[in-house]
Design a protein around this ligand. Structure first.
Ligand code: SAH
Length: 263
């Protein structure tokens, strides 16, 4: 290709790990890609499974942002379709904008294909719902402060005061901070908690259920120290509750646009 016919860079969500959780669109793009830059060890299987023969496949785990963008720009000069494959959804903790800005400067077209986030995959693995009528109708996706500082007003204790479903990324080694924040927000010791390690990974997924009081010890016992989602939510365990408020949409006494109340 000449510089007049630059290729397009696609930021594709690889999903949480199971290659079958790549979207159909993502899979099609991988299958026609001239070059794929994938993010570390988490998503290599999708890349190698769906890439066409001869595709240039590169792991980004040892690259700086500058090296990655230079690589993408370079590949877009020779290939019509270049894929940057990212864990879960590219818009969550994925440095998407940092990578997209230099492409825009170079005049390279880019687009995002969303992915199944590990937050969704973790709740799915455990058979749990993020929302329940009259329990919580809100989900917070967050992390605790590690080397990346948290913006003002977003410390977990403030967010946890809302008593919603909270999915905590990138924080399994900082469980003591998670616990301290939930306690500071007044969550009782018996509050149910969930940790899912390698959600959706065939044969490697671990689901750990506990409470605020027990979850850290249970994770230690299970040897879970990376690639894990922490969920604190008042919806956890609802499958076994004695009473549950019905969803209005499916309630026979509730009329809506597509169905008249039957009782
Ligand atoms: N964009 C990704 C998140 C990247 S940040 C997404 O949408 O899921 C990396 C963090 O995501 C990890 O520290 C972990 O908290 C979580 N994570 C990624 N894959 C996971 C998986 N398969 N199971 C559980 N947590 C996972």
């Amino acid at each position: 290709m000449t510089s007049e016919t630059l290729g397009k860079v696609w930021f594709v969500g690889a999903g949480p790990g199971d290659p079958e959780l790549v979207t159909v669109k993502g899979q099609k793009l991988l299958a026609q890609a001239g070059a794929i830059l994938f993010a570390g060890s988490l998503v290599d299987r999708a890349a190698t499974l769906y890439a066409p023969p001869g595709c240039v496949i590169r792991d980004s785990k040892d690259m700086t942002l500058e090296e990655m963008t230079a690589w993408l720009v370079d590949q877009a000069r020779t290939h019509a379709t270049v894929v940057r494959l990212q864990t879960g959804d590219p818009g969550l903790y994925g440095a998407l904008i940092e990578m997209a800005r230099p492409l825009t400067v170079e005049g390279i077209e880019w687009a995002v294909v969303p992915g199944v986030s590990s937050a969704m995959a973790s709740m799915a693995a455990a058979g749990e719902s993020m929302t329940l009528p009259e329990v919580t109708q809100t989900v917070i996706l967050t992390r605790v402060e590690g080397r990346t500082p948290m913006p003002e007003g977003e410390d977990l204790a403030s967010l946890a005061a809302h008593r919603t479903t909270i999915c905590i990324f990138l924080s399994i080694t900082l469980m003591y901070k998670v616990e301290a924040a939930l306690r500071a927000a007044g969550w009782p010791e018996e509050s149910p908690m969930l940790v899912v390690h390698k959600a959706s990974w065939p044969g490697e997924e671990k689901i750990i259920r506990g409470t605020l009081a027990t979850i850290k010890g249970l994770c230690r016992e299970a040897g879970v120290a990376s690639q894990a989602m922490i969920v604190a939510s008042p919806t956890l365990g609802a499958l076994h509750w004695e009473t549950l408020v019905r969803s209005k949409l499916y309630d026979p006494t509730f009329t809506h646009r597509f169905r008249k109340a039957s009782a």
